[in-house]
Design a protein around this ligand. Structure first.
Ligand SMILES: [Zn+2]
Length: 304
């Protein structure tokens, strides 16, 4: 499972967020739908594999849990619209991005609280306590679940999406692929969730920033990338935990992409981000918040 609920804060936690915790409470998570205990796996900072949550061997999801149904919806969503399911699922297709107060939810050095946030409020109650199936689409606290929905549901990109600072309010219009149409290095006036394939070269880091090369930009006539877009993550003021999340995710998705290519799969490593195009060098996009960048492996399906 890609996410679970923190038993103490009641927040839905993405597995990648485990990378930014100083210590992981192995008993602290439950299924976000049915509440059965799950455990975090592959979360060590030195482990170059994406973290996830898993059921204990002798258990199963409770009756009525959404996890299996959600998997089927994702599979069907690659072949046609699954809009009705997305409208009534909390997590599959987030309706908006809400950056929550980091002092409460993200700073790992502060004590945990049971602060009610949008994701905790709108989560379904445990099935065994009371049958309440109120909610529609939930807010996301990073762009990652939004970007996953963009890849997973190509036939439903007309769904609404409210990202602060991005004026275009559907999945279809809020995202913009860098390098599309072979136009060389472009200047973009409208803020978007930009995305591109990751280059195979490793990201370069120093104390001020992490620079991630993208496989998009200006190509020569003999099909070499002569100028490529890059994402510069300005992390001088970040804690080492926040740096870990971004550094690890970039390296893990790079490895995932290389493996997929070797296996001849259609999946590619994509970097998604919200950032400002540099005024002096338009090949550079500056990103300053770790919640506004992610790397996902997927097959990009364009539906026209
Ligand atoms: Zn469950």
């Amino acid at each position: 499972m890609e996410s679970a609920r923190d038993k103490y804060t009641r927040e839905i936690v993405e597995a990648e967020e485990l990378w930014q915790l100083p210590t992981v409470d192995r008993k602290g998570y439950e299924c976000g739908s049915c509440g059965v205990d799950v455990y975090p796996a592959s979360y060590l900072k030195t482990n170059l594999k994406r973290p996830y949550f898993s059921l204990y061997g002798d258990t199963d999801h409770l009756n009525g849990c959404d996890v299996e149904g959600d998997k089927k919806t994702v599979a069907r969503g690659k072949k046609g619209s699954v809009r009705d399911e997305l409208e009534t699922s909390p997590g599959l297709s987030p309706s908006r991005l809400t950056l929550r107060d980091e002092r409460v939810a993200v700073d790992p050095t502060l004590p945990r609280t049971s602060a009610q946030t949008s994701s905790a409020r709108t989560a379904r109650r445990d099935i065994d306590s009371e049958t309440v199936r109120p909610v529609g689409r939930r807010a996301a606290n990073t762009i990652r679940p939004i970007c996953r929905a963009f890849l997973n549901f190509p036939f439903d990109r007309n769904m609404s999406l409210d990202v602060p600072g991005v004026d275009d309010k559907t999945y279809w219009t809020a995202f913009k692929k860098l390098g599309a149409g072979n136009k060389g290095i472009e200047t973009f006036e409208r803020p978007k969730i930009f995305y591109a394939e990751l280059a195979w070269a490793k990201a370069q880091e120093d104390d001020g920033s992490l620079t991630i090369p993208l496989s998009a930009g200006e190509w020569s006539t003999d099909r070499k990338l002569v100028r490529h877009y890059k994402v510069r993550v300005s992390w001088a003021k970040w804690s080492k935990y926040k740096r870990t999340v971004v550094r690890n995710e970039m390296e893990v998705v790079r490895e995932e992409g290389i493996k997929a290519k070797k296996k001849n799969l259609k999946d590619r490593a994509y970097i998604f981000f919200i950032g400002d195009q540099d005024e002096d060098d338009p090949t550079i996009f500056n990103v300053s918040d770790h919640r506004l960048i992610c790397g996902l492996l997927g097959a990009l399906i364009i539906v026209s």
